[in-house]
Design a protein around this ligand. Structure first.
Ligand code: KG4
Ligand code: ZN
Length: 344
């Protein structure tokens, strides 16, 4: 069975084709991605209206590219999957509109996918997919959550951020340091030359005893330090502040992930979402988990951030279990706000 997946929830247009036979592991046949980052950089963040318009421009050429790469025609596609939410309403409408119309034109079912479920299941696209059950650390630009995952579709929220997401903390701190959007990877790069102990930044809720997070205070602390240093801030101090910021975020994510593993007694951790690409986070998680006999799974680096492959994969895994949200009516709705533990 061939599943064509569309992702358009934020600033990446992703299209991908995944194939599976019976209960065999789905495999990626082809994928194409267009990132709008350069377009939004001029504004220091994502401009929703520009994002929607760009998705419209990109989605069909990317679809043609995927079909060409895979060497098959749209008539050979069995199911069309799309991100239904959460995300920017206008951006979601583009992917959903194209996917559902295409499905109606081809007389095939359309499957709605939760964006975070896509991230969560993205390690199934790797050579070494995880086994259930596991603890998932979801760290993206909009979400920071720890979940217990017993099966595809069975997600128990263990804890989440009460304010900013980890990616947001990276991005807002990076902006304060004069780095371009999205700041996470830029801040991580600058941190390589810095001393992580140079500035004592807060680790909110670190000792709350619960797997919850709070990152809003961190950007205020970064702002205070930056203002204290003012114009006289040297390149070394800038790198030190970046390294100290990264260390604070990573320490909180690490401690809370370990707490969730301890609470659930599970020995497997899946890290997903854009911040999962962070090298310092990966190094520290690997080290701490190895000590505790916990296996850590990551998506491939390029699949950490938004992409169509994870959407096609999530739909494929649900189709295999008979739990996909199929519709053939041509009607659709998007869900800009949608919690993952609410899905069935
Ligand atoms: O999952 P994602 O592509 O989009 C959302 O669904 O939000 O995540 C994007 C986030 C951004 O905040 C970006 O700065 C962050 O992931 N990010 C990183 C790194 N690569 C991406 N943060 C820290 N280190 C990185 N290497
Ligand atoms: Zn995402």
């Amino acid at each position: 069975m061939k599943v064509l997946g569309f992702e358009s929830s934020c600033d990446e247009t992703g299209v991908a084709l995944v194939e599976f036979e019976g209960q065999g592991a789905p495999r990626l046949l082809a994928e194409a991605l267009h990132s709008q980052i350069v377009m939004h950089q001029a504004y220091g963040g994502v401009v929703p209206e520009l994002a929607s318009r760009d998705h419209i421009r990109r989605v069909l050429p990317l679809t043609r590219e995927v079909m060409k790469q895979a060497g098959c025609s749209l008539a050979e596609v069995d199911v069309i999957a799309y991100t239904q939410g959460p995300g920017l309403a206008g951006a979601l409408l583009v992917g959903a509109g194209v996917a559902v119309s295409l499905a109606a034109a081809l007389g095939k079912p359309a499957v709605a996918v939760h964006h975070l479920e896509g991230h969560l299941l993205s390690p199934f696209l790797s050579e070494d997919p995880p086994e259930f059950p596991f603890v998932a650390l979801l760290v993206s630009g909009g979400h920071t959550q720890l979940m217990r995952v017993d099966e595809v579709g069975s997600y128990e929220l263990l804890g989440e951020t009460i304010d900013d997401a980890a990616g947001e903390a990276f991005d807002k701190s990076a902006k304060l340091l004069g780095l371009p959007y999205p700041g996470g990877p830029h801040l991580a790069k600058l941190a390589e030359a810095g001393n992580a102990e140079a500035f004592a930044l807060p680790r909110p809720l670190l000792h709350s005893g619960k797997p919850d997070f709070s990152f809003a205070g961190l950007k205020t602390a970064v702002l205070t330090q930056r203002n204290k240093l003012g114009e006289a801030m040297t390149e070394q101090q800038r790198a030190d502040l970046a390294a100290s910021t990264q260390a604070a975020i990573v320490e909180v994510l690490l401690k809370k992930a370990l707490l969730a593993l301890k609470e659930t007694g599970l020995k497997r951790l899946v890290v997903a979402g854009g911040v999962g690409a962070n090298k310092a986070l990966r190094e520290q998680l690997d080290k701490a988990c190895a000590k505790r006999g916990v296996r850590v799974h990551y998506p491939e680096l390029r699949l950490c951030t938004d992409n169509g492959a994870m959407i096609a994969m999530a739909a494929a895994l649900r189709l295999q279990r008979g739990t996909a949200a199929c519709s053939g009516s041509g009607a659709f709705e998007v869900r800009p706000r949608w919690s993952l533990d609410r899905i069935s």
